[in-house]
Design a protein around this ligand. Sequence first.
Ligand code: FE
Length: 221
Amino acid sequence: MLNFPKPFSQPQPHPREFAVPESVSQAHHPHTSEILELFRLRGDSQYGSEPVSQREHALQAAWFAEQQGVDPNLVAAALLHDVGHLLHDLPDDAPEQGIDDHHENLAARWLQRRFPAEVCAPVQLHVAAKRYLCAVEPGYFHQLSPASVCSLRLQGGPMSELERVAFERLPGAAAAVRLRRWDDAAKITGLQTPPLEHFARQLDACLASGPPAGHDLGENT
Ligand code: FE
């Protein structure tokens, strides 16, 4: 159970569900089809105040992960780490308005019914990983984008020593730190990446064995 304190506690939105048209659902696992539909409907939205769309950000993060030859589950996590932003109706610039959308928890709740823990845990911990890196890595904070610094304040700022120790013990923490670096880099205007269809096949592979029984994630930062 992950339970770091937050400076501002707000009610957390519940993930939306999407109906998948027949035409989208034929070629892939049903959950992959859902994700393709989600990106078709909402992927053009802006990634906060960053110079890329949500789709571009997801594809760049997944592409960086794949180029490092990591496990397909971690490539899937990179692709889906911000899916929570697509599952609520808060404005794109919510952090600038002082609102923490808790997208990592929203994503985890949505993903845990679909994907194995190796996908869900790094997604849930990718915000905590930013707070962790701010605490342990000199210079990390200063390479964050202004938007990421803005959301960091809402997310609790750099971890305390107690939080750091607790974070390092969590399953998926190391994977979340790797994911975080791809997340931070995936803001390049015009970068060419493989299309969603390329990663859809990888999602199908991750989904082949289904989510483990009783898979349940606690809430965290
Ligand atoms: Fe991100």
